[in-house]
Ligand binder design. Structure first.
Ligand SMILES: [Zn+2]
Length: 347
């Protein structure tokens, strides 16, 4: 059949007697999957069907399907010569075997995220900046990323180059610096010859870091505020990076049968490292992320670093005064690690 290569088809069945083609399948469905169109909401558990055709075979039907479902890849494919078309699907991983196929990550080029206004205003806008620089240019630039909606209780962030954003976020999560991430994108673009990766400078990378932080806090907030999340625990630690102090926050929570241990935030500390100040940072964050934290927090912990032991007791004592249930205070100690756990009383 002459259109097999031209339209990226695969012969599924032939008549045993006549060797005539009885059905063909769309290879783009097989290997690439459906492309999302901008603005279209991805449905959960979207049905993953592959398009097959039976006689009478009509080229107009293939074209209609390809243009509707695989517009981007189809446009690229049409420009290839016959030999390149024949090889196009070689060595490609089947769509159902890819992460996108399983988790429905979107292929669309731009994505809009909606973020609670209090997360952006209080955490991203206030806590991440030294009080003296709140009116500075970097503050203004950072806040420009977030566009308020009409009602004023949400912000939107538009990620214009999704592939670039996802790569940068992957690299940041592995601990590279903003400048390194910007350089690595340039390398990736050169090596892969993929112009779609675009370009970025270190300010752009730091903006991505702010955005992903806001998005993640929004997601964490949704998880913690859900009725099924009845309890969580916190672990805090002081850390220093390039002469600046941070209060590191980890959280444990349970969801869908799994106990997660995730890093929430490294909150910059501009005040003295007293228990009072550390408590204020933790409670400021959780007042925004989960306003009912006082009824849900069941334990707090830290390591035995000298800086934490004395002061941390101060935080735990303050939290104890604030949480709604009666608490038992338990200290677990070893030579190398000491943690304070606060459990709700069984009485
Ligand atoms: Zn298809």
């Amino acid at each position: 059949m002459q259109h097999v290569v031209e339209f990226g088809l695969q012969v599924l069945q032939r008549d045993l007697a006549t060797n005539e083609v009885c059905s063909v399948r769309c290879q783009f469905c097989n290997y690439i999957g459906k492309e999302d169109t901008i603005g279209e909401k991805r449905k959960r558990g979207q049905i993953k069907t592959k398009k097959d055709w039976k006689p009478p075979f009509r080229t107009s039907n293939y074209r209609l399907h390809h243009e509707g479902q695989h517009s981007g890849t189809w446009a690229t494919y049409q420009k290839l010569d016959y030999e390149a078309k024949k090889m196009f699907f070689d060595n490609k991983c089947k769509h159902k075997d890819t992460i996108d196929g399983h988790f429905g990550l979107s292929k669309k080029k731009h994505v809009i995220h909606y973020i609670d206004a209090s997360i952006v205003d209080k955490i991203i806008g206030d806590m991440f900046f030294h009080p003296d620089t709140q009116d500075g240019i970097s503050h203004t630039t950072a806040m420009k990323l977030f566009k308020p909606d009409d009602a004023g209780n949400m912000y939107t962030v538009t990620i214009k180059n999704l592939m670039q954003f996802r790569l940068i976020v992957c690299w940041l999560s592995r601990g590279v610096s903003f400048r390194q991430a910007a350089d690595m994108l340039m390398d990736a673009k050169q090596v892969t010859e993929n112009a779609e990766l675009g370009s970025i400078n270190d300010t752009g990378v730091s903006n991505y870091a702010r955005v992903v932080c806001a998005i993640n806090l929004g997601k964490l907030s949704a998880i913690l505020n859900h009725d099924s999340a009845w309890a969580f625990s916190l672990a805090n630690d002081l850390s220093t990076h390039q002469g600046k102090s941070y209060l590191d926050n980890h959280i444990h929570f349970h969801r869908d049968g799994v106990i997660y241990n995730i890093h929430v935030l490294a909150i910059p500390m501009y005040d003295r490292h007293t228990g009072e100040n550390m408590f204020k940072l933790v409670s400021d964050v959780f007042d925004v992320v989960c306003p009912t934290w006082r009824t849900k927090l069941i334990s707090m912990g830290s390591d035995s670093a000298a800086s934490m032991v004395g002061e941390y007791q101060g935080i735990v004592t303050r939290v104890e005064q604030q949480v709604s249930h009666q608490l038992n205070f338990l200290i677990i100690g070893s030579s190398s690690a000491l943690s304070y756990l606060v459990w709700p009383s069984s009485t």
